[in-house]
Design a protein around this ligand. Structure first.
Ligand code: THU
Length: 135
């Protein structure tokens, strides 16, 4: 699966986004090392706090299904689903990624024209991780 394939799946997922408050529709596609893909979209809430990002929906769906070995995630977003700039994962999602992935986990983003790849280690340096709680 190429980065472009994964971005296409993420872009398709923006159509499922529930974002009546921000109108910012996000899609994510998470690739496992065995080739399986889980997708997610952002789901907002009138109380704001319960809102979840597309990345976490993808991760939690994968974990729910027993997947653990993740390779890459593609993320795209934009107002009403129009992808015109890069959408990088928020801090909370970066920390959720860190729970299950190492520094080499790749985050793929696109502005609809160019595709960029950045390592989780560069997005969340000096992170707190499960290793810090290892006995
Ligand atoms: N959002 C995501 O789904 N992923 C990100 O990486 C950034 C933000 C969502 C949360 C909220 O529904 C909307 O985008 C505006 O913040």
């Amino acid at each position: 699966m190429t980065n472009a394939d994964l971005i296409a799946l993420a872009a398709e997922m923006t159509r499922h986004s529930y974002a009546p408050y921000s109108h910012f529709h996000v899609g994510a596609a998470l690739l496992c090392r065995d080739g399986r893909v889980w997708t997610g979209c952002n789901i907002e809430n009138a109380a704001f706090g319960p809102t979840v990002c597309a990345e976490r929906v993808a991760f939690f769906s994968a974990i729910r299904d027993g997947a653990r070995d993740f390779e890459r995630i593609a993320v795209v977003g934009g107002e009403e689903g129009r992808i015109t700039s890069f959408t990088y994962p928020c801090g909370v999602c970066r920390q959720v990624m860190r729970e299950f992935c190492g520094d080499d986990f790749a985050v793929i983003v696109s502005d609809g024209k160019e595709i960029r790849e950045i390592a989780l280690g560069d997005l969340l340096p000096h992170s707190f991780s499960p290793a810090d709680l290892a006995r």
